[in-house]
Ligand binder design. Structure first.
Ligand SMILES: [Fe+2]
Length: 226
């Protein structure tokens, strides 16, 4: 992506940068997040906090600068499909965001956004199809899930257990979001284990593993797949 001469990224002494860190050559959509979420300040606070957490978790896992930047951008953009001006009636926000990013040429970000936080379960329950987006299984994807599920809708931090309980309380246990989260529990347990195993730092590792304890009885049938 080339930068126009008056683009602030072109004048940075450290090379191209976004307001949130180095630009890995990704989508212009990240620059539009503040404008797109202007009508929903809570959404902006959530996206910025998830981006910040993604970057710090990715760094604590020892990922290189490029992977840290991808995690950060994925965090910033993961809910862009919820932006009031982009939202499409009835369409899952995962799909809205993924399509925008694919159209902008950001295939990797599109896949990460499509599948964040158990998106395939929400899609299945809503009768929508994420099949056009391959699910990336990587530490970056794990970090994105963890960052999203440790950040409240208003951007404040919360334990995974607290976020899980909050979603069930806010929407009701029969709501699609809560049911999808239940289906995601076995994967989430794996996500926490993989990130915890890579974290460099005893305190953060302990805090992370204490943040999640799978609720009893929330297991998926083997036939449901990974
Ligand atoms: Fe989110």
């Amino acid at each position: 992506m080339s930068a126009a001469p008056d683009d602030p990224r072109a004048t940075s002494p450290d090379g191209p940068r976004t307001p949130w860190g180095p630009d890995p050559g990704g989508s212009p959509w990240h620059e539009r997040v503040p404008e797109l979420t202007a009508a929903d300040p809570r959404l902006l606070a959530h996206c910025v906090a998830v981006a910040t957490t993604c970057a710090s978790l990715a760094r604590c896992c020892g990922l290189d600068d490029h992977e840290v930047a991808v995690a950060q951008l994925a965090g910033l953009l993961h809910d862009v499909g919820k932006a009031p001006s982009l939202r499409r009636d009835g369409e899952l926000h995962h799909l809205t965001g993924a399509r925008l990013l694919r159209d902008a040429g950001d295939e990797r970000l599109a896949r990460l956004v499509a599948h964040h936080s158990g998106g395939r379960f929400e899609a299945e329950l809503a009768g929508q199809d994420l099949g056009a987006y391959e699910r990336e299984q990587s530490l970056v994807a794990d970090v994105l899930d963890l960052a999203d599920l440790t950040t409240q809708p208003n951007g404040r931090p919360i334990s995974i257990r607290g976020r899980y309980a909050d979603i069930r309380e806010r929407y009701g246990v029969r709501d699609g979001d809560a049911i999808a989260l239940d289906l995601f529990v076995p994967d989430l347990t794996g996500v926490v284990a993989r990130v915890t195993a890579r974290i460099e730092g005893d305190t953060l590792r302990r805090r992370l593993s204490a943040s999640w304890e799978p609720p009893a009885g929330r297991t998926r049938r083997a036939a449901d797949g990974p």
